[in-house]
Write a protein that binds this ligand. Structure first.
Ligand code: ATP
Ligand code: MG
Length: 408
């Protein structure tokens, strides 16, 4: 029996992708996939007529191919991933490859064939291919039924210029745009449930994410920092996070707590967090801040308080979860794989020096008045200088050199 080369066929949505836009989208996705599959036996990755095809080395096992396609399915920009074989543009070969692919597809009772050709230079049209290959499959698996509507397995056959691709395993991808195609953002990343999901939302739309975590250190332990590192490692698998800055913030909170009226503390902490994040964004060349806030979820997330914190910075602040319920956020965190990590309890700066009754309707003028007693500008530079960077594998992130930082 012929041994066919294993391939992974990456499908993406072509809507809205035209001209230069499309070429750079495909190149970005290809580069991201290349980096994320570095540990797999990949021969090469090519663009072929509206798809990206990953060619696997001879002898690659089914399990390895499945593992690789599961990684691919979580990469932003990927709409669907199919794993199967490359073969000649020959109906007998295509039928033989289809039999092998279907045999690997696991338990199923019903199937159909969905064939397509990209050029009419292949004489057999898609209907005829469906019949011929479907016939061969019926012969090979007499106990299985052909079903046109909602079959358990659809065997895909795609004939392109020099080859044909045949697959039976096909899973949906996460969609979105390739990371690196929409600029860079700085994400305020706590070890809670919401902010990793918010980060992921921007990543899925193609933004390179840089995290900033405010630790209560030295006033609290560094436990939250380990959780944030675990979260970053989950995000790293999708190639979306380049770096996380950890900021020891406890001493500054203490100063704030000693200086401003208790009810304003939370707003003050958050304004300072935003200003530091904005300074790090400036140094990184990032264009926006991202938080996991959801309207009304806690005291700091009222409209009035959001306005007070937004006033602290000039950069746009994105809150992709502003209209999302907690239960929906939890479901997304579970899908992303961060929920369990975020469910662990760790003190961070949020639990430190909290007032008994925080202001829920902050007034900008009152806040500015109280803040004028603090050396904010000096602090922001000092805190940003002391921020501890940790880098993660991200194909579309290049750390800026120190000198560039200094020049801004
Ligand atoms: P999360 O589950 O993301 O911690 P939350 O529901 O606990 O959110 P808050 O504590 O009010 O809500 O925080 C709102 C947002 O502020 C967070 O989603 C995050 O973006 C940011 N934030 C809060 N605490 C920190 C922190 N220690 N470091 C960095 N960002 C933080
Ligand atoms: Mg929190």
């Amino acid at each position: 029996m012929t041994e066919f080369q294993r391939i992974i066929l990456v499908h993406y949505h072509e809507i809205g992708l035209k001209g230069h836009n499309r070429a750079s989208f495909e190149m970005r996705l290809l580069k991201n996939l290349e980096a994320l599959l570095a540990d797999f036996p990949v021969v090469t990755i090519h663009r072929i007529s509206g798809r990206i095809c990953v060619f696997l080395r001879e002898g690659t096992s089914w399990d390895t191919a499945v593992e690789a396609s599961d990684i691919v399915s979580k990469v932003p920009g990927v709409a669907r991933v199919s794993s199967g074989f490359k073969c000649e543009r020959d109906l007998d070969e295509m039928a033989e490859a289809a039999v092998v692919a279907l045999a690997e597809a696991g338990d199923f009772a019903t199937f159909k064939v969905a064939a397509r050709r990209n050029h009419t230079d292949f004489a057999t049209n898609s209907m005829e291919m469906n019949q011929i290959i479907g016939g061969a499959l019926c012969e090979a698996c007499p106990d299985k039924q052909v079903k046109m509507k909602n079959p358990d397995v659809t065997v895909g056959v795609e004939v392109v210029q020099n080859a044909a691709y045949v697959y039976a395993r096909s899973v949906p991808g996460v969609g979105g745009l390739p990371v690196g195609s929409s600029g860079k953002v700085v994400c305020l990343l706590s070890s809670g449930i919401d902010s990793p999901v918010a980060t992921w939302k921007l990543a899925r739309r193609g933004a390179v994410c840089i995290g900033v975590h405010f630790s209560g250190r030295p006033q609290t332990s560094d436990a939250s920092e380990y959780l944030v590192d675990d979260i970053a490692r989950v995000l790293e698998r999708t190639g979306c996070i380049g770096r996380v800055y950890t900021v020891p913030f406890g001493d500054y909170q203490r100063e704030i707590a000693l200086t401003v009226p208790p009810e304003l503390r939370v707003i003050m902490y958050r304004r300072l967090m935003f200003k530091v994040a904005e300074e790090l964004a400036r140094r990184e060349g990032a264009g926006a801040l991202v938080t996991g806030e959801s309207l009304g979820q806690v005291a700091s997330q009222t409209l009035d308080n959001i306005r007070c914190t937004d006033e602290a910075v000039k950069l746009p602040v994105f809150r992709p979860l502003i209209g999302t319920d907690k239960l929906e956020i939890i479901a997304e965190a579970e899908r992303l794989g961060t929920f369990e990590i975020s469910s662990q309890d760790a003190p961070d700066c949020c639990t430190l020096f909290m007032p008994r009754a925080p202001e829920t309707h902050g007034k900008v003028s009152v806040v500015l008045e109280a803040e004028s007693a603090l050396p904010i500008e000096t602090w922001v530079a000092e805190i940003a200088d002391a921020a501890e960077p940790r880098d993660y594998a991200c194909p579309s992130y290049k750390p800026r050199k120190r000198r560039e930082n200094a020049q801004g």
